[in-house]
Design a protein around this ligand. Sequence first.
Ligand SMILES: Cc1cc2nc3c(=O)[nH]c(=O)nc-3n(C[C@H](O)[C@H](O)[C@H](O)COP(=O)(O)O)c2cc1C
Length: 324
Amino acid sequence: MDRVQTVLCQQLGCRYPIMLAGMGGVARHRLAAAVSNAGGYGVLGMVREPVERLRYEVSAMRRLTDKPFAVNLIPAATPRQQLMEQIDACRALAVETLVFFWDVDRPLIDAVRQDGFRVIHQVGTERAAEQALKAGVEALIVQGHEAGGHVHGLTSTLALLAPVVAMSDVPVAASGGMASGPSIAAALAVGAQAVSLGSAFLTTHEANAHHHHKRRVVQARVDDTCYTTRFARNWPIAAPVRVLENAVTRGDYDRIEDPNHILGSQDNEPVYLFSTDSPLADAEGRVDDMALYCGQSCGQVSDIVSAGQRIENLMREVASVSAR
Ligand SMILES: Cc1cc2nc3c(=O)[nH]c(=O)nc-3n(C[C@H](O)[C@H](O)[C@H](O)COP(=O)(O)O)c2cc1C
């Protein structure tokens, strides 16, 4: 399939309605550039990253692609001063689009839109969708309960997508539970203008996830994930996440009293027990006991391939569903 154009694709400047979910630590320049170069829409996952890292990732991205891309930030999970530094850095680097997630911060959205940024907001409830629309965002991503990583709501993707599409005067993308052509075709049929995929891209060569994490996602069956608030360190509130079951979700660490128990290290920093940081490519230590984010879409992923191959396979499957 050469091209599937939706209004959102036209606005974002991509060939296919496939967005990379902004996965913190995992969606760095290699993965985001590979997605953009293959016709999707690359999103750099920069939550809580120091500005030096953000500047480096945006510059490295631009060396690998001349295609459009966005930067993902999570205002509610980032100390205010750091967040403002991140946004200043994006402005100085002429980043065009910000993808926000979690609570809708209307004054912040007003301010960045006045600065000329396009804002896409990922939401997990109908109420948050209403708030984001009132704040004037240019597009929404509806995240369902099936999603991997931090999960904002309790409603499934397609059930939430339908009313949000109906109420929305801007394009809506869908996220959570999709990693195959038929599931993407279903979301498009319900009115999504694109899909935003996490687990399907975590399991690619270019993703900056630890190989063990990629392998666990590929091997997982659809009901091997769990929804938990155990991984709460670094977030201001105990926000729920969807992960693969491991020693932490089974409660094996519940008797540990040291609040600074270290599981290992990555990016030259310690990884603490219950940290929200998932194991990255250079992680060392008890990798299986870290936050192994994974969506229920894992039931549709069976191999680790390149991001370009992933997009090609998905679009071939979408075409075959459309032909039927
Ligand atoms: C490893 C991982 C990390 C994630 N990190 C973020 C993040 O930093 N920011 C964000 O907006 N969403 C994040 N998410 C959630 C995704 O945006 C998306 O909603 C989710 O991956 C969709 O479910 P799927 O994995 O079944 O595709 C993350 C998801 C995963 C799997």
